[in-house]
Design a protein around this ligand. Structure first.
Ligand code: PLP
Length: 404
């Protein structure tokens, strides 16, 4: 049975695979024969610790994370990482350059959407460094004020010795994503990064984690993602941190760096095996089940192909609608997200009509983010190709009715 479930195109928390939800029902009652449910069992029990270490291994294998990088788990979502990456990398920089004045300590932010902007704003709040906007995509937008593109490579002027370089791989609200085709003008310009030191490159992968391989993973200092889009419930944040970014934050504070709350320190997490305090046991359990299912389905090569096809179909329908004067795309060609496709429905009351019609056909979660409006179709891993086909059939039907 489908338990009366609808097709959930929501942006997050978002759909999870039915088979995983069914398995989790069992784990909620009795986790691996312990006689206790997963939300009731100690995070220090050998059963949970074994589960956690399998989960980590599953991420490491599927993403091909090299031994130079640790995989850590924490709470606080992407938002806590807006602060944590700044504090940890400022501590690292202080240990490397004990005499650098705050004004000479530079944080480079690539701003391609609402989330990277929010991260840059948080860095400014925290102080202790000069926050530079390397590039602001709104400057290159069609209307001069929207996030609708990945800017041209020539505009990415990185600082010579920044304490961090920050970007958001997929902008969930705006539907803008870096291309993973190295030939594309919308690919992240890894070749332009300052190379005389280990690059302190930070990436927010919250809404694109595990949907396809991560290009240049080994070049990243920190990659982080909240679990609640592609791999599980909210409450779990996954971190991939290069060893040189796991630093003694107290030693750095003695040299003048901003003190770091222990729970945000990567060293605290690393030294305790991500069990410094009680983790979100249930969220880890669900995400572990999702990762195991992914492995059984063929891992990232499989999901990359399916996700490529899903996105291609949706954008083809949006473009067709644009030709017919029914829809309008919001994102410039080449910068479109695989995970969040955003568009407008043209005409008075047409957007509501589109959403109502979708709901009648069992499709929910299509309303765009309140800050940008329009329609947003989220195409995370749990959305199947058949479900996308149902949406396309509806979009086609809608176009036929709307065209005179
Ligand atoms: N970064 C991105 C790209 C996001 O999509 C989100 C949330 O949707 C966040 C950060 C904030 O994450 P959280 O709500 O887990 O703090």
């Amino acid at each position: 049975s489908d338990h009366g479930r609808v097709i959930n195109f929501g942006a997050g928390p978002s759909a999870l695979p039915l088979s995983v939800l069914e398995e989790a029902q069992k784990g909620l009652l009795n986790f691996q024969g312990t006689g206790m449910g997963v939300a009731e069992i100690s995070h220090r029990s050998k059963e949970f610790q074994a589960f956690l270490s399998d989960f980590e291994a599953n991420i490491r294998t599927q993403l091909d994370v090299p031994p130079t990088h640790r995989i850590l788990f924490t709470q606080g979502g992407g938002t806590a990482q807006f602060s944590a990456v700044v504090l940890n990398l400022l501590a690292r920089y202080r240990l490397l350059r004990p005499d650098a004045a705050p004004a000479d300590t530079v944080l480079d932010y690539v701003v391609t959407g609402s989330w990277s902007k929010k991260a840059a704003d948080e860095a400014r709040r925290l102080g202790g460094a000069t926050v530079r906007t390397v590039v602001d995509a709104r400057v290159y937008s069609k209307d001069g004020k929207s996030f609708d593109n990945v800017p041209p490579h020539a505009e990415f002027a990185f600082s010579a010795d920044p304490a961090l370089i920050y970007y958001c791989e997929n902008e969930t609200v705006d539907g803008v994503e870096f291309s993973h085709d190295p030939q594309s003008p919308a690919a992240f310009p890894f070749h332009l990064l300052p190379r005389d030191t280990l690059v302190p490159l930070v990436a927010d992968y919250s809404s694109s984690f595990m949907c396809r391989p991560i290009p240049h993973l080994a070049d990243h200092a920190v990659i982080y993602a909240g679990a609640q889009k592609n791999i599980g419930p909210a409450g779990l944040t996954i971190l991939i941190v290069r060893e040189d970014c796991i630093v003694d934050v107290d030693a750095a504070a003695k040299l003048g760096a901003t003190p770091v709350p222990l729970i945000l320190s990567y060293k605290t997490l690393a030294d305790s095996g991500s069990l410094y305090n009680t983790p979100s046991v249930f969220a880890i359990y669900m995400a572990g089940l999702v990762l195991e299912r992914m492995r059984q389905n063929g891992g990232l090569p499989y999901y990359e192909e399916v996700n490529r096809r899903k996105a291609k179909k949706v954008y083809a329908a949006i473009h067709e609608g644009e030709q017919k004067g029914v829809f309008r795309r919001k994102v410039q060609q080449g910068s479109e997200s695989w995970m969040n496709a955003v568009f407008e429905v043209l005409g008075e009351g047409a957007e509501k009509k589109f959403l109502d019609g979708a709901e009648k056909r069992g499709m929910k979660g299509l309303k765009g983010h309140r800050s940008v409006g329009g329609i947003r179709v989220s195409l995370y891993n749990a959305i199947t190709e058949e479900e996308v086909d149902k949406l396309i059939a509806y979009m086609t039907e809608f176009m036929a009715e709307a065209t005179p």
